[in-house]
Design a protein around this ligand. Structure first.
Ligand SMILES: N[C@@H](CCC(=O)N[C@@H](CS)C(=O)NCC(=O)O)C(=O)O
Length: 277
């Protein structure tokens, strides 16, 4: 009887210790999360794709010049349909990443969320006063190239990639159309870069950061860059920047499968073929 009582008491003690350990572990995790959240000013909802890279290019450049905006990556696995989750849609109603949440906006009020990569670049450049000219002429120049990328280079090269890499059948008209359009835009960029280090001249700006990831982004359908010597020179200069190296190094950390062929399930999710969650 006495032995039975001791066994029961020992079981109670063991259970109590286990519960205490669990509580400690929960507390430790909560503190860790809180600590992380408190130091990260920008939550970056991101997946390593050309539009995602634009934002990490800027955040890493800011760190490089001593104006770091501490950021925390919240992965949005677009191949798994995470862009359709209600919490993400609440800040990015277009169900596309990237998006950011600025938890320390300049006015000290509630956090600010921004979607669309161009708007994010502009928001962060204005917040820090870096990588965008402050004079009205320079600013207009920067904005026209930023918008050119958002409305032209990005979408046209994206369609080039879609019809060359992802389309289930070969559609010569679409391939021709977007190849010619991508080439035309590369020609425009090449002319602009003639006699200039970067799009605006000597200064590297968010306009360059928006364009860079969209120069020949498809390894399995490379665009022939040989006619565009200025683009190649400019691209090599950006690629060599330490911030660029760090931004692109995030690719495999966030998505170890980056660069692999899409599965059928991923294609259905990404191309709106009816299986989005
Ligand atoms: N114009 C948007 C485009 C963003 C975009 O297309 N993001 C892609 C990845 S590069 C995406 O989230 N795709 C998810 C989907 O297609 O469902 C921007 O520049 O932010």
């Amino acid at each position: 009887m006495a032995t039975g009582g001791m066994v029961a008491a020992a079981a109670i003690v063991a259970k109590r210790d286990a519960l205490a350990a669990l509580r400690d572990e929960r507390c430790r995790r909560t503190l860790k999360t809180r600590f992380r959240d408190r130091t990260a000013m920008i939550e970056l909802h991101y997946w390593p794709t050309p539009n995602g890279h634009k934002v990490t290019l800027l955040l890493e450049e800011l760190a490089e010049i001593g104006h770091a905006l501490p950021y925390e990556i919240k992965p949005v696995n677009i191949g798994a349909g995470e862009q359709f989750q209600p919490e993400f849609l609440a800040i990015a109603p277009n169900n596309r990443m990237p998006a950011i949440m600025d938890t320390a906006p300049a006015d000290g009020a509630a956090p600010v969320s921004v979607f669309e990569s161009g708007a994010i670049l502009l928001y962060l450049a204005e917040k820090t006063g870096r990588f965008i000219p402050s004079d009205p002429r320079g600013r207009a120049d920067c904005l026209q190239w930023l918008f050119w990328q958002m409305a032209g280079l990005g979408p046209m090269t994206g369609q080039y990639g879609h019809f060359n890499v992802y389309a289930p059948e070969r559609i010569p008209y679409a391939i021709d159309r977007y190849t010619r359009e991508a080439q035309r835009l590369l020609g425009v960029l090449d002319s602009r870069l003639h006699g200039r280090d970067f799009l605006l001249g000597e200064a590297y700006t968010i306009a360059d950061m928006a364009c860079y990831p969209w120069i020949d982004p498809y390894k399995t359908a490379p665009i022939d860059l040989s006619p565009y010597a200025e683009v190649r020179r400019w691209r090599a200069a950006i690629r060599a920047r330490p911030a660029t190296q760090r931004a692109y190094a995030l690719t495999k950390q966030v998505n170890p499968q980056a660069g692999q062929r899409l599965s059928e399930a991923q294609r259905r999710i990404l191309f709106g073929l009816g299986n989005a969650p």
